[in-house]
Design a protein around this ligand. Sequence first.
Ligand code: ZN
Length: 190
Amino acid sequence: MMEFQPHATPKNTGWIEVIAGCMFSGKTEELIRRLRRAEIAKQSVKIFKPKLDDRYSESEIVSHNEQSLPSIIVEKPQEILTLCEDAQVVGIDEAQFFSSELIDICNQLANKGKRVIVAGLDQDYRGIPFEPMPQLLSIAEYITKTLAICVMCGNPADKTQRKIVSSERVLVGAANSYEARCRKCHYIPE
Ligand code: ZN
């Protein structure tokens, strides 16, 4: 797992960390790891995820290896602002399912002095950048790209291969319709 090790932890200011990658690359595990460490450090932590993602659990963020943390489900990024007044650390999972309003909300949270950790899919099944992740990557102080392993050839993988034909950008709760592939082994099913 990639380590988040800034040369110096920012003092008296907020900031944004983005964890970006394909499916099965360990984004949520990394988000949970950072949030758990913040809790151990006695910081107040709040975790949010979009309503769209209802797999496994209504009230927890759950990674594919079944680690979980209690989370708050919101429909709009604006709700995060009002629900995390008292939090020092704000975690946001599945950021690609939020509207582009999330970009401004993350800036506002960081400007209020909060540490904001955002995880999300950086590309859709076609390999197209998945908004608002490109914009979030641009405004973040710290970026981690998580890579999976290509199931075809064993190379590092940063693409999400869809195994069924559908032109929908998102197939909610269909993790078994996807696998991780490298650039060479990835194709767009049609
Ligand atoms: Zn491959």
